[in-house]
Ligand binder design. Sequence first.
Ligand code: BV8
Length: 251
Amino acid sequence: MNNPSPPVVPRILPRKDSSIVVLTGAGISKESGLDTFRDANGIWSRVSWEDVATPEAFARQPDRVHAFYNMRRARTRSIDVQPNKAHLALALLESLWPGQVLIVTQNVDSLHEKAGSVNLIHMHGNYDEARCNFCGAVVEWIEDMSTEDICSGCVRSGGMRPNVVWFGETPMGLDEITEALLSCDLFISIGTSGNVYPAAGFVAMARRQEQTHTVELNLEPSSGAMMFHEVHHGPATVIVPSYINALLAKI
Ligand code: BV8
């Protein structure tokens, strides 16, 4: 039995009425069985984002883009992919913390919702939804998608796409996210490499406020690790519950 990891000891404990913004990336879903993007055998090591995650790619080869998202959506819906202790710790924080807790996820899976998180923004969308390129209608989508599918809004086919944000497209919820970042007391970044903007710039935005404390909880230092006041490295299912429990022990 390997030795249990030592508990994470927060360097600064926020006031009980503090507002908290949490940014998550693919690393928080890794221990649920979903691949990250830029790790050694990550998604972008097998397929180029220019071929499957841009509007140009969808216009050029929609079937290939649909196949990419159909495979990932089906993987997420398989029974062995469930929220892990890190997702559950964040849902517990939201339910018990006296102050405001907002989760901003770059992930397009629904594991935060399944863990019980409610105050949640999918800034890169969600592949459990489809959007019509013609009329903009957004509907829940759990099966495979193809160019044959007909929009329930405008009744046209060929326009249905995953409701995700591709490179070069504007992320969702930016006004609400910016407002929360510029007024929060604690910004926590979990499971993201800090390579994709504007999310990678959120720590700098949060630090514009003198009172905001910034924490990175990641398997290893991200590209922006030096921007954080406090960093803890290890698997999310270990360091996130440990950090959250230390916060909740204070209330
Ligand atoms: C925008 C789609 C303007 C959904 C994704 C040149 C051309 C075009 C664009 C640009 C350009 N140069 C810069 C840009 C901007 C571009 C960008 O940043 N490009 C990068 C590559 C340089 N950004 C955009 O285009 C964005 N839009 O800028 O619009 C704008 C801006 C502001 C205001 C108005 C308009 C749109 C970006 C969204 C692109 N869509 N995906 C999907 O298919 O999933 S990006 C993709 O990367 C995912 O969404 C993913 O979430 C995101 C970030 O990746 P991470 O989540 O960080 O995952 P990664 O694998 O990188 O890292 C995982 C981390 O976890 C690692 O650090 C690892 O150590 C850690 N980890 C692993 N295991 C664990 C763990 N941690 C804890 N525990 C573990 N067990």
